[in-house]
Ligand binder design. Structure first.
Ligand code: SAM
Length: 239
C-alpha cells in the first residue's frame, strides 16, 4: 500500500477513531495501554510519541510524569494525518493553560524522516503506529538516530497468533466482525479492511526484533498480551 492511501484512511476515520477502537477491542485496549505505560519510568524529560494520531497515546503518558518534573518535560506528538492531529490539538486546547501539564506540541511529520536533532529523546513511544508505516526499517533507524544514548523505544503493535484454535477465531474476528462493525461505526469499510490486512501482514515478533537489532537497538524485550494478539517491544540505545 502507498503512504498516501494510509494517510487517507486515517484522515477519513479520524472523528470516530477513538470510539471505534474501544468498541472493536471490547475495551481491552485500555488494559493494553496501561501495560504499555507501565514501561515508562517517569524519569524521561524529552518524549516523542510517533504516529500519535488523535493523541490518545500521547496524553496517556502524562500521569507517568512526577509533578515536580512537569516544567522540565517536553512531549512531542507527530503524525502525518492532519485530521488525526486536529483532534489531538483540540484535546490539548481543552487542557490548555493547566499548570499540571508539561510542554506538549503536535506537528505533522513522517515518522521515517523527521527533522529532530540526533540523540534528542529519552523516550520514543509508537502505539499501534509501526504497522502502518510503509518504510518501517527506515523509521526504526530514524528512531535510533533521534534517541539519546540511554534512551528507549517502546512499541506496541498487534500480532497475528499463528497456531491453534484461537488463531482461527482471531482470523474470523478480523475478517468478519472487525470489518463489519468498523464499517457500521465509521461508515468506512475500506479503512477496516486495511486494518485487518495490516494486522495479518505485519511481521512476527522475531522479525521485528531482528529489525530493531539491525538498526542498533539493544536490550530488546517483548511482552505478549491477550494470547499473543498484542505485543510490547522495549529497546534501548546504549550509552
Ligand atoms: C492506528 S493509529 C495510532 C494512533 C495512536 N498512536 C494511538 O495509540 O491511538 C496509526 C497512526 O499512524 C499514522 N501514521 C502512519 N504512517 C505514518 C508515518 N509514516 N508518519 C507519521 N504518521 C504515520 C496514521 O496517520 C495514524 O494516525
Amino acid at each position: 500500500m502507498h503512504e498516501k492511501k494510509v494517510k487517507e484512511i486515517f484522515s477519513s476515520i479520524s472523528g470516530k477513531y477513538d470510539m471505534a477502537n474501544t468498541l472493536l477491542s471490547f475495551g481491552i485496549e485500555k488494559y493494553w495501554r496501561k501495560r504499555f505505560n507501565s514501561h515508562i519510568k517517569g524519569i524521561e524529560r524529552r518524549i516523542l510519541d510517533a504516529c500519535c494520531g488523535t493523541g490518545m497515546s500521547t496524553f496517556s503518558v502524562l500521569n507517568k510524569i512526577p509533578e515536580k518534573d512537569l516544567q522540565q518535560t517536553e512531549i512531542f506528538g507527530i503524525d502525518f494525518s492532519k485530521e488525526m492531529l486536529e483532534i489531538a490539538k483540540k484535546r490539548l486546547l481543552k487542557l490548555g493553560g493547566s499548570k499540571h501539564i508539561p510542554k506538549i506540541s503536535f506537528s505533522e511529520a513522517d515518522a521515517a524522516n523527521t527533522s529532530f536533532d540526533n540523540n534528542y529523546f529519552d523516550l520514543i513511544t509508537v502505539a499501534f503506529g509501526l504497522r502502518n508505516i510503509i518504510d518501517r526499517d527506515k523509521a526504526i533507524e530514524e528512531f535510533y538516530r533521534i534517541a539519546a544514548p540511554g534512551g528507549r523505544l517502546l512499541i506496541m503493535e498487534f500480532n497475528m497468533p499463528q497456531r491453534g484454535i484461537f488463531s482461527k477465531l482471531y482470523r474470523f474476528y478480523l475478517n468478519r466482525i472487525l470489518i463489519n462493525i468498523g464499517k457500521i461505526i465509521t461508515g468506512k469499510r475500506n479503512a477496516y479492511r486495511h486494518l485487518a490486512e495490516s494486522i495479518r501482514e505485519f511481521p512476527n515478533p522475531e522479525i521485528i526484533v531482528d529489525k530493531l537489532k539491525i538498526a542498533g537497538w539493544k536490550s530488546i524485550t517483548t511482552q505478549s498480551m491477550t494470547m499473543g494478539t498484542c505485543i510490547i517491544y522495549c529497546a534501548e540505545k546504549f550509552q
